[in-house]
Design a binder for this molecule. Sequence first.
Ligand code: NAD
Length: 296
Amino acid sequence: MTNIAFIGLGNMGGPMAANLVAAGHRVTGFDLSPASCDQGRADGLAIAGSAGEAVRDAEVIVTMLPAGKHVLAVWGDILTAARGDALFIDCSTIDVDSARKAHELARQQGVLSLDAPVSGGVGGAKGATLTFMAGGSKEAFDKAEPFLSQMGKKVVHCGEAGAGQAAKICNNMILGISMIGVAEAFVLGEKLGLSHQALFDVASTSSGQCWSVTTYCPVPGPVPASPANNGYKPGFAAALMLKDLKLAQEAALASGAATPLGAEAAQLYDLFNKAGHAGADFSGIINFLRGESPQG
Ligand code: NAD
């Protein structure tokens, strides 16, 4: 049993912390939202009055927060309150620059740190089937890996500080672009009189094959578990896809990488969000391309 502090008990952090409790750890949580704290108590966490109080005896400290500014503010607060041998793990999706700054804060304090964003959504957080993409030293990774494995099914060490965030935004840029490509192909197929099933049967076994076809097909029917069969309820909300595409664009600008299709995908998801569909699943963009509401 390990003393773990968990800061940020929202849609993702709440169930992740609950899985650490289920694995037998003593978990002390903190969140600014009283409702999230209440849910944490119900899941078996001890709830502290502040982030500083939560980390005081912790050997491992996990943060799961909205954006880079929150992570830097919270790490800035708790690094001095934590034990000198504590391991800091940030699982939020944040910009690479902030992730590197957070590592630097930890280094100045002499503690190990890891950026370890996740893929798999709320379902993966609840079912402990997340994929973790980790950046940091081998020593930090080796120490964190057993705990990450209790919250997920796959843990990949991507490289040094910030490499986890880099892998996350590159992966999600592929996803945003590929979903738009698949959606356009299904809309074109409709205009040409092709059935959804026929296009799926071909594309899922041909060179058009990708996750957006085989696992998350944006039309109802071929993949029964995809959000298209459930009124495009998320799933993975369009607002989060836009967040990740914008992070990818920031990183592309800062590093000088040419990502014209990533830029186009960010623009399209921005329009989709501004049209009022931020809460819809990101695959609902197919209906937007048809000029319809995300529910079809
Ligand atoms: P959320 O908004 O549900 O949870 C964030 C929590 O952080 C909230 O409960 C909020 O009260 C808390 N918080 C904010 N500032 C705080 C502070 N200073 N101290 C303590 N608590 C604070 O968001 P979420 O869906 O759980 O996402 C968390 C992170 O995971 C984000 O970076 C998101 O991009 C990433 N992510 C989300 C999903 C998803 O499907 N929801 C999937 C992959 C990654």
